[in-house]
Design a protein around this ligand. Structure first.
Ligand SMILES: [Zn+2]
Length: 388
């Protein structure tokens, strides 16, 4: 759930979304089925389409850093990632001709959301551009992202060290992409054969949902010693970064844990809207298997389907998709073709089958399928740097 809009006071992730099902008990199990290193492999060199530049810098005395991005012929999208001990936020984006394309004040208090790069919500800023059809295609030349470093009181912090990474891709096709996802079992989860089987079923639902929009899921499974209680994700952590660094920095990472510190109502969390695939403290998507299995700790078919939709939804956030309407019904995405609504009943009627609806719509026994994306939502996901 997000509640940070219009406030500069709150820290924390923008990207939590939860559901309202279920209570929790039961344990993670100790079965012996080894689920690591399966999946369908590395996808045949799609990563070769990414170009990467990485360097250290520092903000000027007023707290600004200019990040140049070279856009060549064929470059279809870029991702700027800035990590710092302070709070890096996007101030503005300028095209090669010097035109201001984005300015933070136009979006900071808006009731529509385009990117979380403007928000003061963590020690990593990620900007994927373009987001929408109207934001592209990219003009060739040198773009400039103006990033500010903000201290923990909300003031500009001068002379702050930053690490900058720019990634560019040359994949302009918006109807088809391979999206590689590393599915990482938190400690012990991959030894629970029932959870592994449920996740494999969930992956097939996820593949079906994404496949309808040309997003080809290319997954692989990996063991880890990450804490199955997932508390390390709340504010990002070195554990998240170390986990991400074992892979090649060109894919999404989905961590499957038991619960978020015992909260049986929170299904999943993403490390940004968008998140950055460049390994950092927030390079994660995550889900709780036990929140899906519910109080009895075992999965039925509906719960497996819902877990697949959660994975697709949270990865959708990481790829830049906001909820079409927030669960307060007074904040929306910035897309033109997601239906407008402002009440509980009209939003559930118009958008309740959308993959990015903020919560599952459930009866006592099951939840409605949520797998739809609009053309504009498909475009956002296809423009993400990790869609290759
Ligand atoms: Zn969500």
């Amino acid at each position: 759930m997000r509640s940070l809009y219009g406030s500069i006071l709150a820290l924390g992730l923008l990207t939590a979304c939860d559901g309202a099902l279920g209570d929790v008990f039961g344990d993670g199990g100790d079965d012996d089925d080894d689920g690591d290193d399966g999946g369908t492999g590395d996808g045949g060199g799609g990563g070769s389409m990414l170009s990467r530049d990485n360097y250290g810098d520092s903000s000027d005395r007023d707290g600004y850093v200019e990040v140049p991005v070279e856009v060549g012929a064929g470059t279809s999208a870029f991702l700027v990632t800035v990590e710092s001990g302070s709070y890096p936020t996007l101030e503005a984006l300028y095209g090669p001709d010097g035109d201001e394309v984005l300015y933070w004040e136009d979006w900071y208090d808006s009731d529509e959301s385009l990117t979380s790069a403007f928000f003061w919500d963590g020690k990593v800023m990620a900007l994927n551009w373009p987001v929408r059809e109207q934001d592209g295609p990219l003009q060739q030349g040198t773009w400039t992202a103006l990033v500010s470093t903000i201290d923990n009181q909300g003031y500009y912090e001068g002379n702050a060290d930053v690490e900058v990474t720019t990634l560019t891709k040359a994949d302009g096709a918006l109807d088809r992409a391979d999206v590689r996802v590393r599915i990482v079992w938190a400690d012990g989860v991959g030894q629970d054969s029932a959870v592994v089987a449920a996740m494999e079923g969930a992956v097939e639902r996820w593949r079906e949902v994404w496949g309808a929009y040309g997003l080809n899921l290319v997954e692989s499974y990996h063991e880890s010693t990450l804490d199955a209680e997932l508390g390390f994700v709340w504010n990002g952590s070195a554990d998240v970064e170390a986990n991400a660094e074992q892979f090649d920095g060109q894919e999404l990472i989905l961590i499957v844990g038991e619960t978020y510190d015992g909260d049986g109502t929170l299904y999943g969390l993403a490390g940004g809207i968008p998140g950055s695939i460049e390994p950092n403290r927030y390079t994660y998507v995550s889900l709780s298997w036990l929140a899906h299995a519910g109080g009895n700790g075992t999965f039925n078919d509906d719960e497996i389907r819902l877990m697949g939709e959660t994975a697709a939804h949270e990865c959708g956030h990481f790829m830049g998709l906001f909820h079409p309407v927030e669960s307060s019904y007074n904040y929306w995405d910035a897309l033109g073709d997601t239906e407008q609504c402002s009440t509980w009943s009209s939003c559930e009627t118009k958008l309740g089958d959308n993959l990015m609806f903020p919560y599952p719509i459930c009866s006592y026994t099951s939840c409605e399928p949520q797998g739809e994306l609009t053309g504009d939502q498909q475009g956002v996901a296809q423009r993400y740097i990790g869609s290759l």
